[in-house]
Design a protein. Structure first.
Lengths: 185, 315
């Protein structure tokens, strides 16, 4: 046994075997890494999502929400109302610089409703909304909390069968949304 | 290519066109041309009356409006006249304006004052042959009040005080006051019958913002702003029938891709399709005559204050 080890480590065949293993390891690692990277990048429509369930209806597209479930603009995290307009802390529409939008008499322009996006999904599709469990992933250097909008539903927003996901007590996932925390990862 | 495409479309259908070489491109060009023509047609129906100008009111061929920082104007037989006050309103055979807290109701033909009184905090006016209705500031809030022109010392409060921005400018048609109430809970178009004291809800929505109603006969003109469009709509007062869109603008907000970069489209959900190009212009106050509808279009100005332009749209 010892002689074989010595022979392998000194012979040309042994050298080739080691070189082959090294090459396999390097190339194999690359393939696996590339595969994982591809899965992370392309499999689902936003980072951290781990299945095919569609986004909850959101005024600006990507289902980014604040801690309470109200819609935020995905690009910069600014609160938006149901019309998609950026709004201040009181829900009043503001311009791109954060100035309150005023009519020519100086009155604020009328506010529009700002609805939790799981509630919007429930209202549009006729079920009672529940926020049950969450899962967490590292996205863009910050911890992202991903949430299922749950209900006693048989079909999800995609139109096909709904799954249990992170929903409890017999409820199933209707659509998904996310909250980006400030916690670095 | 377009001529051939049109000829083929006339003879067959769009499938046969799409199946030909460069057919799909021609189809896309046709669609784009159609959209552009529709937009041009919509814009062509609208003509700018004045700018900066807003808060119109109309009776017959007479039209009044407010120019911010300058005052009220009357357009009659193509002649533009500055009025001795602000926020003018027309109704029946009367015209009203205010200079500070002093409100004047005059004969609209001669502009000779018929009633002058001080109403502290008065902001917006509406007038008819029998009534003066106004929005007034009260202790940091706003409310609507009415008074009979036959008994000017008797005032009726139409709404309870609301924070600024919730109550719209009132309009008046005979005994019927129309106004909007809009806020985080949704919006509604209300009618208050001054002869009976009865209030009714004409339209309401939690998804669309309904603003600035005016009435002429059985018709109701108002602004409807949704996530994907802004419309100037003409419908019936009782809400029966679909109504018509007289003028429209794109939505007030854009949308993202629906998916993060480097990720798949599968599962994305976008609010508007096709993707609209948003505008910062907003439809605002309205007026209606037998031949034309009028709408104020607000454009963003400095410090968030919107600047108005007044458009006329043929009915």
């Amino acid at each position: 046994m010892l002689s074989e080890t010595v022979a392998e480590s000194t012979s040309r065949r042994g050298f080739l075997a080691r070189a082959g293993r090294l090459l396999l390891a390097v190339s194999g690692t690359g393939v696996v890494a590339a595969a994982l990277r591809a899965q992370r990048a392309e499999a689902f429509h936003f980072c951290g999502h781990i299945y095919t369930t569609g986004s909850c209806p959101h005024p600006t597209g990507l289902p980014r929400i604040d801690r309470a479930g109200f819609p935020l603009r995905a690009s910069d995290g600014h609160p938006v109302d149901d019309l998609g307009r950026p709004v201040d802390s009181l829900g009043r529409p503001v311009d791109a610089h954060g100035n309150l939008l005023l009519d020519p008499d100086g009155n604020p322009l009328p506010s529009a409703p700002r609805t939790r996006i799981c509630q919007v999904a429930a209202r549009e599709h006729g079920f009672r909304p529940y926020l049950d469990g969450s899962w967490y992933r590292c996205c863009g250097g910050h911890v992202r909390r991903l949430m299922d909008c749950c209900g006693y539903v048989r079909r999800r927003i995609n139109g096909d069968a709904a799954l249990t996901g992170y929903c409890y007590s017999g409820r199933r996932v209707f659509c998904v949304m996310y909250y980006d925390s400030k916690i670095r990862c | 290519m377009l001529t051939a495409a049109l000829a083929l479309l006339a003879v067959r259908d769009e499938t046969s066109l799409a199946e030909r070489r460069q057919g799909l491109r021609a189809l896309r060009v046709l669609a784009a041309v159609s959209l552009a023509l529709a937009l041009v047609a919509s814009e062509a129906r609208a003509a700018q009356v004045a700018s900066p100008a807003g808060d119109p009111s109309a009776v017959g061929t007479d039209l009044v409006w407010q120019e911010p920082g300058v005052g009220g104007f009357l357009l009659r037989n193509g002649q533009k006249t500055q009025l001795p006050g602000n926020d003018p309103a027309l109704g029946g055979a009367r015209i009203a304006w205010h200079a500070g807290d002093n409100v004047t109701v005059a004969d609209s033909a001669t502009l000779v004052p018929q009633l002058q009184e001080a109403i502290p905090g008065v902001q917006k006016l509406a007038v008819s042959d029998g009534w003066l209705v106004y929005r007034v500031a009260v202790s940091g809030k706003e409310e609507l009040r009415a008074q009979s022109l036959a008994e000017p010392f008797s005032t009726t409060t139409l709404t309870r005080p609301r924070v600024p921005g919730r109550l719209g400018r009132p309009s008046l048609s005979g005994d019927l006051v129309l106004y909007h109430l809009a806020g985080p809970g949704g919006s509604g178009l209300y009618a208050y019958d001054l002869s009976t004291g009865k209030r009714s809800l004409l339209r309401s929505s939690t998804r669309a913002q309904l603003l600035n109603p005016v009435r002429l006969g059985s018709k109701l003109l108002y602004v409807r702003i949704t996530r994907c469009a802004q419309q100037l709509r003409l419908g019936t007062l009782d809400g029966n029938g679909a109504g018509r869109v007289l003028y429209k603008l794109p939505p007030l907000a854009g949308q993202d891709l629906g998916h993060e970069r480097g990720h798949t489209h599968q599962g994305e959900r976008l609010p508007c399709s096709p993707r609209p190009k948003p505008t910062s212009r907003m439809l605002w106050t309205t007026a209606l005559s037998d031949t034309a509808a009028y709408v104020t279009v607000l454009r963003p100005g400095t410090g968030g204050v919107m600047s108005p332009s007044l458009l006329s749209i043929s009915r």
